[in-house]
Write a protein that binds this ligand. Structure first.
Ligand code: G
Ligand code: G
Ligand code: MN
Ligand code: NA
Length: 245
C-alpha cells in the first residue's frame, strides 16, 4: 500500500501533527482537559485519522505512531496545560493490547515529567471485550501508574456494561451519535439518562461528545451532565490556536 510507505516518511518528515479539543465543565465554564487528535497533511490534503490509524495498524506502524502521539501530547501537556487540567490520548485496540504498551506509556510520562494522574487514555469498547484477562492486566498496570481510563464512543459497539463492573475504568464518553439526536428524540434522551444513571451507580465520570448546539448543551445540563466536548465549544485545533482558559 503506497499510503503505508508515505506514512513512514510522514513520521520522519514532520507531516504529522496533533490538534487538541477542549473538554468543558459547563456549570463552571472551565476547560477541564483536552483530547489529543492526530492529523496528517499529505501532499497538501488531509488524510482522515481513521484511515491513518487503520493503515498504521495493518502495516505494523501503530506502535511507532502511538509512541510519537504520546510524546507530542505529553510534551504539550507539560508546556501548555494548567496543573488542574488533564490530557486525554486515544489508543487503538492493537496499541492497547501490545505487550510493551504499558512500558512505553510509563517511559513517555516520565520523559515529559507530567503527573500520571493528569493523563487519560481513551480506549474503545472493542478493546475491552477482545481479551478480558489480558485487558484486565493491562488496565491494572496502567491504573497502578496512576493513569485514568475512559471508554470512548460508549454505547455504539458491543455492550460492555458487564465489563464495566469488573474493569478499572474511570470515565465513559457518550458517543456523539446519541447527542446528535437528543433535541428531537425522547428515545435518545432516554438512552443518555440510562447511561448517566449507570455511571452514577458505578461511580464513573461522564463526558458527552459531539455537542454542537446550545439546545443540546442545555438538555444535557438539565440531565446533570455537565462535562461536554464538541464544536459548540471548540473544534480541535493546534494548542496555540485555542483560546486557553
Ligand atoms: O480527529 P477525528 O475527530 O476525525 O478522529 C477520528 C477518529 O480517529 C476518532 O475515532 C479518534 O479516536 C481517532 N484518532 C484520532 N487521533 C488518534 C490518535 O492519536 N490515536 C488513535 N489511536 N486514534 C486517534
Ligand atoms: O472517536 P472519538 O471520540 O475519538 O472521535 C473524535 C472525533 O470527533 C474527532 O475527529 C473530532 O474532530 C470529532 N468531533 C469532535 N467534536 C465534534 C462535534 O461536535 N461534532 C462532530 N460531528 N464531530 C466532532
Ligand atoms: Mn476519543
Ligand atoms: Na468518541
Amino acid at each position: 500500500h503506497h499510503l503505508s510507505q508515505d506514512l513512514k516518511q510522514a513520521l520522519e518528515q514532520d507531516e504529522l501533527f496533533m490538534v487538541y479539543q477542549p473538554i468543558v465543565l459547563t456549570s463552571e465554564q472551565t476547560v477541564t482537559g483536552y483530547e489529543a487528535l492526530i492529523r496528517w497533511q499529505r501532499k497538501g490534503e488531509f488524510v482522515s485519522p481513521e484511515l491513518l490509524i487503520s493503515v498504521a495498524e495493518e502495516y505494523g506502524l501503530i506502535h511507532e505512531i502511538g509512541q510519537w502521539v504520546f510524546r507530542e501530547a505529553l510534551s504539550e501537556a507539560s508546556q501548555s496545560l494548567s496543573p488542574s487540567q488533564f490530557m486525554s490520548i486515544n489508543v487503538s485496540v492493537n496499541q492497547f493490547l501490545h505487550k510493551d504498551f504499558v512500558e512505553i506509556v510509563k517511559c513517555e510520562i516520565e520523559r515529559a515529567g507530567v503527573d500520571p494522574e493528569r493523563v487519560e487514555l481513551e480506549i474503545t469498547e472493542t478493546a475491552i471485550v477482545s481479551d478480558l484477562d489480558w485487558t484486565s492486566k493491562q488496565l491494572a498496570q496502567l491504573k497502578s501508574l496512576g493513569l485514568r481510563i475512559s471508554i470512548d464512543d460508549f454505547g455504539v459497539a458491543y455492550s460492555s456494561i458487564g465489563r464495566l463492573k469488573s474493569l478499572m475504568v474511570d470515565k465513559i464518553k457518550i458517543d456523539r451519535s446519541f447527542i446528535a439526536g437528543i433535541a428531537g428524540s425522547h428515545r435518545d434522551q432516554g438512552i443518555i439518562e440510562a447511561i448517566l444513571l449507570l455511571a452514577s451507580k458505578l461511580d464513573l465520570s461522564i463526558v458527552a461528545e459531539g455537542v454542537e448546539t446550545n439546545e443540546q448543551a442545555q438538555l444535557l445540563a438539565r440531565m446533570n451532565c455537565n462535562t461536554m466536548q464538541g464544536f459548540l465549544f471548540s473544534k480541535p485545533e493546534k494548542m496555540d490556536q485555542l483560546n486557553l482558559s
